[in-house]
Design a protein around this ligand. Sequence first.
Ligand code: PAF
Length: 283
Amino acid sequence: MARRPRVVRTVSALRRTVARFRAAHEPIALVPTMGALHAGHLALVRAAQRRADSVIVSIFVNPTQFAPHEDLKTYPQTFAADIAVLAALKTDLIWAPSVETMYPAGFATRIVPEGPATAGLEDAFRPHFFAGVATVVAKLLIQCEPDVAVFGEKDYQQLKVVARLVRDLDLPVKIISVPTVRENDGLAMASRNAYLSESERAVAPVLHRVLADCAGKIAQGALVARVLDEGGAAIERAGFTLDYLEARHAETLKPIETADDGPIRLLVAARIGKTRLIDNVGV
Ligand code: PAF
């Protein structure tokens, strides 16, 4: 059986371990997660291992990125299984602080990002989200002092927000992005896929199919606005409520009108039953 990785739960224990990695001159990588690990997370850990000798995986369900009506209380928690897969991958350290450790009594500081965080995508539907993400990611980076930190392209706007945060605050870390890992039918892997009923799960791959179809048509010169209208209608016909289907500049996330304004990223968010899914592809 694989050796259980060391799990630390206090900032002082984390600092001692990070200091040991640093004393051994080992490059450190951080993979921030909220647990409920799936193959997408494991791809992040493998990417981290290719770039650093010591890999820290943080597992922390961050309450500040959930609005009161969202799924904080029911967010999937599979800590024992997470530790087992991280042990099999030979992860060096797991940083698993409690909410009280991350946000002690009197905690009163928030990072409120702009730029990509106010692009009118996730932020339009989850206005609290990116301040929660930016604050916790900044804390994780300061706590773990990694040389690289690894994020998935699945949360594309988050990736751009974190990249901007690191540049703006001069944090000495390189942000690495990893392509989305998909099920065989194209559905992007996500912890929240666990909420889907059998019939919703059968419909869910429509999101990726529509994205891929739209990307193909735009690449062949079709009118962006018309392609998106038709794509959105196809998503709603399949039973989703569409939050957005947008073509944005892949770096700035600014709206684009023609393929010449690119590089283009297509981003979608839609709800089916109680589950909200997001996905994106490049054109
Ligand atoms: O993508 C996630 O799992 C979370 O938003 C993150 C980056 C771990 C911050 O809580």
